[in-house]
Design a protein around this ligand. Structure first.
Ligand code: SAM
Length: 286
């Protein structure tokens, strides 16, 4: 395969070096330049696969000159492969500015798909995967983190967060406070690596495991949270207008008669209204 001139966005492994595609290896071998988040880190992967394409650093706080230098090379007809430290570039990783500017300048941008922690974690978590919301990293400060969690508290989709070991306990505590202790969640840790672990349970259970086992605080982690589910409707609950009607009737009539009239007027079952009246007798009596 010969690379034609383009900016290639190449996914690399998230732990296990075997998790790279044939097409990714070929693209990295045939590109003119590999732009990498951390050239020293990426050198190990490239060495493992016998790739000796020249490396140059690229991160999102790369100054405009550095970005422009890559764009100039692309305009000159060179091909550049962008990689990050792990997984898919641009997914909580550098590359966004470069892709936007390349597209603006009509440079071809070609994705070379592969590992990505969010999808890999979700694929084995056992949480609903038909709809999900990737929330990336939460803000580091408490107030910002809680405000962000409040925004998604009633989101019915599975929520996925990237997290770091030194913040995981604070984040789980905030999630428990905002989503409720009994919301189900899965903590996926060190995926594709030796100590790969999937912990599932409600927030109370996850917090307990982490407080009892310091090993669970190590490594890279993804937190997945079950989406919001409407609480089950209470079969004994009355619509507010029916409840008001029944209360008024109970002020004037015996219980059985009040229930019968309210049933006729509202279409509700007489037994249900009668039971409600009995259960709430104290509250309805003057
Ligand atoms: N671009 C990467 C991707 O495609 O997933 C993500 C890069 S982001 C800077 C790093 C975060 O991804 C980690 O803090 C962790 O939340 C998650 N992550 C990456 N590798 C992981 C792994 N092997 N196991 C669990 N989480 C991982």
């Amino acid at each position: 395969m010969t690379n034609s001139n383009a900016l290639y966005i190449v996914a690399t492994p998230i732990g296990n070096l075997g998790d790279i595609t044939l097409r990714a290896i070929e693209t990295l071998k045939t590109a003119d330049i590999i732009a990498a988040e951390d050239t020293r880190h990426s050198a190990k992967l490239l060495q493992y696969y016998g790739i000796d394409t020249p490396l140059t650093p690229y991160h999102d706080h790369s100054n405009d000159t550095q970005t422009q230098r890559l764009l100039d090379k692309l305009q000159e007809g060179r091909s550049i492969a962008l990689i990050s430290d792990a997984g898919t570039p641009l997914i909580s990783d550098p590359g966004f500015r470069l892709v936007v500017l390349a597209r603006e300048q009509k440079i071809r941008v070609v994705p070379i798909p592969g590992a990505c922690a969010v999808v890999t974690a979700l694929s084995a978590a056992g949480l609903p995967s038909d709809r999900f919301s990737f929330e990336g990293f939460l803000p580091a400060k408490n107030a910002g983190r809680r405000a962000r969690l409040e925004l998604v508290v009633t989101d019915p989709r599975t929520l996925i967060f990237y997290e770091s070991p030194h913040r995981i306990q604070d984040s789980l505590a905030d999630m428990a406070a905002i989503f409720g202790q009994d919301r189900q969640a899965v903590l996926a840790r060190e995926i594709t690596k030796t100590y790969e672990t999937f912990l599932s349970g409600d927030f109370a259970q996850l917090q307990q495991v982490l407080s009892e086992d310091a090993n669970q605080l190590r490594g890279e982690m993804v937190v997945m949270v079950h989406g919001y589910s409407e609480p089950l409707a209470d079969p004994e609950r009355l619509e507010p207008d029916v409840e008001t009607m029944l209360r008024v009737l109970l002020d004037e009539l015996p219980l059985k008669q009040a229930a019968a009239i309210a049933a006729k007027l509202s279409g509700e079952k007489k037994n249900k209204l009668y039971k409600w009246a009995v259960d709430n007798k104290g509250a309805t009596e003057k």
